[in-house]
Structures are given as C-alpha cells and as structure tokens.
Design a protein. Sequence first.
Length: 91
Amino acid sequence: MASIKPLAGYVVVKRMEEASKTASGIILTDSAKEKPQRGEVLAVGPGKEGAEPQVSVGQTVLFKKYGPTELDVDGETVLLLEESDIFAIVE
C-alpha cells in the first residue's frame, strides 16, 4: 500500500472485519451486515493546532459511524477521519 501521511488532526484507519455469523449461529449476508466501527490506526497526522495526537499507529480504535471518508489506495479501502471522530482506544 502507498504511504499516506495525513495532515493536522486526521487519522488513517483500516476497518476491521466483523463476523459473518451471529452468536446464535445465523449467517449474515453482506447486505444485512452493518459496517464495523472498529479499526486499526495506520497513520496519524500531527495534532490539530499544535496539540499532541491522542492515538498512535497500531492501536485499535472505535469511531463514529458516519464520520469517516472511504478512500481506495492501491486497491485497498482505508478510512480517513478526524481524530475527534474517534471515541475510544481498545486495549
């Protein structure tokens, strides 16, 4: 994948795949699945207005459902979102 360096306050995230089966064993079709709101941070821009970024590369994060912009980079879909659209870091 090409190297992407986000600008101030932006983060590049790869969306994590969700299970295609429910806990009770029902198999979900692609149209029935919701897009996951969890992903791995691939790149972090400098903080907005000189603030230090709160996330770093490699962390798993939870983000807003309608916040990210989908980008196609070398045939792979990644998300570009503002750091403020991230709710939490999953540890």
